[in-house]
Write a protein that binds this ligand. Structure first.
Ligand code: MD6
Ligand code: FE
Length: 212
């Protein structure tokens, strides 16, 4: 926690185990965007298809030892990009360090992510309520970094019917999510039109996970 309330990050507790670190990644944001461009040049963004046959409005790619994938056979982590058959691009050191520092700031020491899912939203793109439950290690938190246009993040509880709260995630905001809330339902409302000086009409989200 910073000593002075006028310096980032500002902690906002969502629910036990989950905290927003407002502006935690602001200073690194431009370097993170360059990293995203580099990863996407090796493993391009693509619109995955859910097991139910719906094409997702959010485009995705990954870096790290594992990458998240979805198709008609289900959701899973793979070691290779199914588009190219090659391993996912390495997770760059600046991303890994940021994820580890954010986890520590939220009280989760010794976070060792092996996957970074990169989401790209254009206006209208959304992520419906879901649980992140494809990871074997449920003791590790998830660290989520928002860049570019703001989005409304919804977070609920243990069931799809749980009441949802809403929080605006802006450029450089980080959410750390684990412990008792690790399997809580959450989603992202349709992105509004807008312009961000660093990304134009786009929001990116990086989620770091320990998959096994
Ligand atoms: C997003 N994030 O913010 C999507 N999942 O674009 C997630 O689905 C998410 O932010 C688990 C933990 C934190 C997250
Ligand atoms: Fe999620």
């Amino acid at each position: 926690m910073s000593l002075f309330a006028d310096e980032p990050p500002w902690h906002f507790d969502l629910t036990p185990g989950a905290v927003v670190l407002h502006r935690f990644a602001r200073r690194e944001a431009l370097a993170l965007l360059e990293t995203i461009t580099s990863v996407a040049s090796q493993a391009p963004f693509r619109h995955l298809v859910t097991p139910g046959g719906q094409t997702m409005s959010v485009a995705m790619t990954n870096c790290g030892k594992k990458g998240w994938h979805s198709d008609g056979h289900g959701y899973r982590y793979t070691s290779q990009d199914p588009l190219s058959g090659k391993p996912w691009p390495d997770m760059p050191g600046n991303l890994l360090l940021l994820a580890r520092l954010a986890a520590q700031e939220a009280g989760y020491s010794d976070f060792h992510p092996d996957a970074c899912l990169i989401n790209r939203y254009v206006p209208g793109a959304r992520l419906s309520l879901h649980q992140d439950k494809d990871e074997q290690d449920r003791a590790a938190p998830i660290v989520s970094v928002s860049l570019g246009l703001p989005a409304v993040f919804q977070f609920g509880g243990a069931t799809r019917q749980s009441a949802v709260q809403r929080v605006l995630l802006e450029h450089g905001d980080v959410v750390v999510w684990g412990g008792p809330s690790r399997l809580f339902y959450h989603g992202v409302l349709a992105l509004k039109e807008g312009f961000h000086p660093d990304t134009g009409a786009i929001r990116y989200n990086l989620t770091f996970r320990k998959t096994c």
